[in-house]
Design a protein around this ligand. Structure first.
Ligand SMILES: [Zn+2]
Length: 314
């Protein structure tokens, strides 16, 4: 039975055209930030910084203030180990940014809500990043995720990060006929145990089709974790035709798919605790995943070619 997606009204409000793309430095961004901070407090997350939920910084690009929103749900036996769930909340003027990336913010919050009923050892950091979109994109001194990694709050040792799960463009149906419920999990080779935790997490979710891959597509906030060789997982439904346009609207979102993704993430966090030393995802695993996706037998030698086809869809 489908669990209700508690954050549907929240996501609807976050991509309201009134907010005009949640552009940093604008009133729409202020409204979005207030909504998110209130949600972190409602979920009883501990602020990650002594000063509160906001990690503010002066962006090199444009000289305006960027604000990451950071909280933590403590695990029961963390010993300093932690998992990060991240999604950016800024977007572009004139675009509602429903799938990019209001939906992902809602999915992260929903995953935390569901984790409140489950046991987990690792601390779970929620990182709602700022300044992912142009002109800040991939500027190391402006993009929120780079700032976070560079100035990681005290008590959170990057060497003990078990996985940074980053979401972008998850809320819509994948635009491949018959493959609408696809979710790509890139970077699954980047840490021990990620493979088994992902496979355990998707197992009960028959409606969601999750495909693991070791390909890197540097489209989002997982880039900094990739570059610094941190364990990470980038979750995406791929680009849609309405990507970065005024048509990325609420009606394009599939809340049933989003509910399944929240469940996947909650399952993943729980499973990762017991799989921290399990074997890594191999290229044989990769070939098996791509065989499922393309519905034909693909061996390791054929991977480079099919990955080019996959990347074109992401
Ligand atoms: Zn974007």
């Amino acid at each position: 039975m489908m669990k209700p997606f508690y954050y549907e009204p929240f996501v609807t409000e976050l991509c309201d055209p009134e907010l005009d793309g949640r552009v940093p430095g604008t009133p729409g961004h202020d409204t979005a930030r207030t909504m998110i901070v209130n949600s972190l407090a409602d979920l009883k997350l501990e602020p990650l910084l002594a000063s509160g939920y906001e990690q503010s910084y002066k962006a090199a690009m444009g000289g305006i203030t960027g604000r990451n929103l950071l909280g933590v749900k403590r695990g029961t036996g963390a010993q300093g180990k932690w998992v990060l769930l991240g999604a950016h909340y800024d977007h572009l003027a004139g675009c509602p940014g429903a799938s990019d990336n209001a939906a992902s913010v809602g999915v992260v919050l929903e995953a935390i809500r569901r984790l409140s009923e489950r046991h987990h050892d690792c601390d779970v950091v929620v990182a709602i990043f700022d300044m992912e979109e142009p002109p800040f994109f991939n500027d190391e001194r402006s993009m929120g995720s780079y700032i976070f990694h560079d100035r990681c709050p005290e008590g959170f040792d990057l060497a003990l990060l078990q996985c940074a799960v980053v979401l972008d463009l998850v809320g819509h149906q994948t635009e491949i006929p018959g493959k609408e419920q696809s979710l790509f999990a890139l970077g699954v080779q980047s840490g021990p145990g990620l493979k088994q935790a992902l496979f355990d997490a998707r197992e009960p979710l028959s409606d969601l089709e999750v495909y693991g891959s070791s390909v890197h597509v540097g489209l989002s906030d997982h880039n900094v974790f990739y570059e610094n060789q941190r364990p990470h997982l980038f979750l995406t439904s791929g680009r849609a035709h309405h990507y970065h346009t005024a048509n990325d609207t609420i009606d394009k979102l599939d809340f049933k798919k989003m509910s399944n993704i929240s469940e996947l993430i909650a399952n993943f966090v729980v499973s990762l605790d017991r799989n921290q030393t399990a074997e890594r995802f191999t290229e044989d695993d990769h070939a098996a995943e791509m065989s499922r996706f393309f519905q034909k037998e693909i061996d390791v030698d054929q991977l480079p070619l099919v990955l080019m086809q996959l990347q074109a869809k992401l």
